[in-house]
Write a protein that binds this ligand. Structure first.
Ligand code: FAD
Length: 416
């Protein structure tokens, strides 16, 4: 079934009786060519591109809960490609280009909205750093624009320009950045993968990896053993747990990150805005809620809920640039488990165990990476060599000293 304007009108006139389930609910087979562990955005995108772009046929995605229940359905929906370093920028720009054609590609309305992202600048040193980043983006084919304080004021009159503790001195804008409805991304990829024969098996937790003589033969699950020629871990915040089954200790810590949604307000914020003197990012959903977040809570955990001191910190940062949000009521908040790597950049690589592959370390920027991560992981799984925009994302880069430390924070996962 294809979605189209015609189909929507037809169904409206026929009482919406023609919509069917968007994907099957198959029983697991005893063996697959490729098993992807984790039905988040990255796992589903990997399966979709494996089937669509790399001609693979016998694929399963194993998800311990329901698809979309992890970080793909918990994030603040921001997409962008405003990175500085060569290891990162081509990858994230590839991702942004895939977002731009995604809805047509998988024939699903994911509400991709290129409403722009604006990083506020509050000091002269920060202006220098952001100018450098903007130039790095342009050199890699992305768009970047410096805005003066007056230009920002004209576009965002609600920001505090009068008595701000950290005055707004300018901003770095990427007009092609924006937001995407996060859970529709999971559903769109799931539907597209299912249509191409991928088995999406929910309520199937991977509890072990069967490794014999240095070769991964398949996975132990809550529904029994399932064999595979290749197994790809793609479980984001649970990465260390899965790889521990192969005795692999990752350069990753798991932390909780919270997100917040206010009550519906009249249209206020045109795009995504980030505060440069603290950690705060905000956009407005189409329903009117302000969607915002800040820093991780700062301690290692696998819990999907956070603590009140971080709530206070995030709200204080928000009020520093938009004092009026102190008058709005918060409707919802939740947490997600982040796979924070030592240098703040991800890993897409083979492991030393034959047939076992790894994708993780997305920190809190992995949603925007979903299409490119899926494509590059599929490339690696299908061809056994990295995609050209993901060559830097090697597992051994920490040992070799080739870190991709976008923020220049050093080996401090909680600070990236
Ligand atoms: C509050 C918050 C805000 C964020 N905001 C942004 C943002 O604005 N922009 C951005 O780019 N990124 C953002 N992120 C980060 C982004 O959401 C993640 O980096 C990305 O979603 C991770 O990839 P995923 O979608 O595959 O993860 P997930 O959706 O978490 O997928 C992993 C899946 O693996 C499953 N799994 C785990 N263990 C097992 C097992 N043993 N067996 C089977 N399945 C298993 C889980 O149930 C889960 O469904 C945010 C994250 C959070 C929590």
């Amino acid at each position: 079934m294809r979605f189209s304007g015609f189909k929507v009108i037809k169904e409206a006139l026929m009482g919406h009786k023609g919509w069917g389930p968007q994907w099957r609910n198959p029983e697991p087979k005893s063996h697959y060519d490729i098993i992807i562990i984790g039905g988040g955005g990255h796992g589903l995108a990997t399966a979709y591109y494996l089937a669509k772009e790399f001609g693979q046929k016998n694929i399963a995605v194993l998800e311990k809960g329901w698809i979309g229940g992890g970080n793909v359905g918990r994030n603040t929906t921001i997409i962008r490609s405003n990175y500085l370093l060569d290891g990162n920028e081509p990858f994230y720009e590839f991702s942004l280009k895939l977002w731009e054609g995604l809805e047509q590609d998988f024939n699903y309305n994911a509400m991709v909205s290129q409403r722009g992202i604006l990083n506020l600048i509050h000091s002269d040193g920060q202006r220098d750093a952001f100018m450098r980043r903007g130039n790095g983006m342009i050199l890699n084919g992305a768009d970047a624009e410096y805005l003066t304080a007056d230009q920002i004021r004209a576009e965002n009159p609600f920001l505090n320009f009068d008595d701000a503790r950290f005055p707004i001195k300018g901003g770095l804008a990427q007009r092609r950045g924006g937001t995407v409805r996060h859970d529709a991304v999971a559903w769109g990829y799931a539907r597209g993968a299912d249509q191409r024969g991928v088995d999406i098996i929910q309520n199937c937790e991977v509890t072990g990896l069967r490794i014999e003589n240095g070769v991964c033969k398949g996975v132990e699950t809550s529904r029994g053993f399932i064999g595979a020629n290749k197994v790809g871990s793609c479980v984001a915040g649970s990465s260390s747990r899965i790889m521990a089954h192969a005795n692999i200790r990752l350069p990753i810590e798991s932390h909780v990150l919270q997100a917040f949604v206010s009550e519906g307000l009249k249209p206020t914020i045109p795009g995504v805005i980030t505060f440069g003197a603290g950690h705060f990012y905000v956009s407005q959903s189409d329903k009117g809620g302000l969607v915002f977040g800040g820093d991780i809570d700062g301690y290692n955990t696998y819990a999907q809920r956070g603590n009140l001191p971080t709530v206070e910190d995030v709200c204080e940062s928000g009020m520093a640039i938009m004092p009026m949000i102190g008058r709005s009521r918060m409707l919802r908040m939740w947490g997600g488990v982040m796979d924070m790597s030592m240098d703040g950049s991800p890993i897409i690589d083979k492991t030393h165990i034959d047939g076992l592959y790894f994708n993780g370390g997305w920190c809190y920027g992995g949603f925007k990476a979903t299409p490119a991560s899926g494509w590059c992981y599929a490339h690696l799984l299908a061809k056994d060599e990295p995609h050209k925009v993901a060559t830097a994302y090697r597992l051994d880069r920490f040992k070799r000293g080739y870190m991709i430390d976008e923020k220049g924070m050093g080996a401090q996962p909680n600070l990236h």
